[in-house]
Write a protein that binds this ligand. Structure first.
Ligand SMILES: [Zn+2]
Length: 83
């Protein structure tokens, strides 16, 4: 008693009508749910994390591009050595 009931914060969620694939059971949840309807695990991703993830993906893509460039370089060096 006395403790203020945690009001459901009406965070203006821009209804991203995107299906969420549960990272645990890989089933599709048609609504942006916080908990997977199939395995009841917490699948909500905080916006900060989502942004960080985007950042990491961009970094990864850059690294992959760099790697493929280096591989091409190595291949050309090897080809030259072989004559
Ligand atoms: Zn699930």
């Amino acid at each position: 008693m006395g403790a203020p009931a945690a009001r459901v914060s009406s965070s203006r969620s821009r209804a991203d009508a995107m299906a969420i694939i549960c990272p645990y059971c890989f089933r599709e949840n048609s609504d942006p749910v916080l908990v997977c309807g199939w395995c009841s695990r917490d699948i909500a991703v905080p916006e900060a994390l989502a942004r960080e993830r985007k950042d990491l993906i961009a970094k990864r893509d850059a690294a992959v591009a760099k790697l493929s460039r280096i591989r091409t370089e190595i291949a050309s060096i090897r080809a030259k050595r072989k004559g």
